[in-house]
Design a protein around this ligand. Structure first.
Ligand code: HPA
Length: 271
């Protein structure tokens, strides 16, 4: 038993004591999208600082609150804010919450994030279903001693974004795209964006891919909804990028994303 597994167990034991029900679906909200929390019914709010070993976010727009409750009657655990690699957290810390919630029994991992669009057919405000990713963060979050309780040594990533969930999102009218993750925190250069586009990326961001890898390794079904905040660097030659603009735009699009999430969960409930 490695240290990380013991730490995860401590967090699991804490959550088991205070949660009214075992969450079935985990929803992680990205930058500025914490307002989506309003769609959670019958909720209890947990301050993530109280959970043993839980990493705390310093990123703007990331509240660090956890809501346990229901959306359309489905037991969900909503993480309002995530921790990022660019904050200086280890990858182990970045994927700690995902592992804890999988150990707690959650079966589905739905993440939202903010992204820059590389694909010129996408526009700020578009919500895109991520169908695959390029991990350009320079590190894999599973590097380290193998802990069987966290999944296989060499997890398959052929269907990292659950095909049935992707189909539902497609039927809801969402476009699909490939998300390239860079570590940040500097935005990418136009040359990096050009490279990512040539490699097949439609979107770019600084998060989510580590959790997606961890969730897959633990057998969770994964869906990611990416909200386009801006056109990526160099796509509009005159434009410049700012973190504040990303947050402001995400606030504008938060309601649209919440509506899509509700409809998504309504359909999951029928399946
Ligand atoms: N690059 C990286 N991350 C982002 C961007 C971007 O252009 N927009 C929102 N998150």
């Amino acid at each position: 038993m490695t240290n990380t597994y013991k730490q995860a167990q401590e967090a699991v034991d804490f959550l088991k004591k205070i949660l009214p029900a075992r969450p079935r679906t985990v929803i992680v909200s990205g930058s500025g999208l914490g307002d989506i929390a309003e769609i959670v019914d019958n909720k209890i709010i947990i301050d993530s600082k109280e959970i043993p070993n839980w990493p705390s976010s310093t990123a703007p727009g990331h509240a660090g609150k956890i809501l346990a409750g229901e959306i359309e009657g489905r037991e969900v655990l909503f993480l309002s804010g995530r921790v990022h690699y660019y904050e200086g957290h280890s990858m182990n810390a970045v994927i700690f919450p995902t592992r804890v919630l999988a150990l707690l029994g959650a079966k589905e991992f739905i993440a939202t994030n903010a992204s820059g669009a590389i694909n010129k057919n996408f526009l700020p405000g578009d919500i895109i279903a991520v169908k695959d990713h390029l991990n350009l963060m320079g590190v894999n979050p599973l590097i380290g001693p193998h802990v069987p309780e966290f999944g296989e040594r060499f997890p398959d990533m052929s269907h990292a974004y659950n095909p049935e969930m992707l189909k539902i999102l497609k039927d809801l009218g969402l476009k699909q795209g490939v998300y390239a993750a860079f570590s940040g925190p500097s935005f990418e250069t136009p040359a990096e964006i050009k490279m990512a586009g040539i490699l097949g990326a439609d979107l770019v961001g600084m998060s989510t891919v580590p959790e997606v890898i961890a969730a897959n390794s633990m057998g969770m079904k994964v869906a990611v909804l990416s909200c386009v905040a801006n056109m990526a660097a160099g796509v509009l030659p005159e434009a410049t990028l700012s973190g504040q603009e990303v947050l402001d735009n995400m606030k504008l699009y938060s309601k649209k994303l919440a509506d899509i999430l509700i409809n998504f969960i309504k359909i999951l409930n029928k399946e």
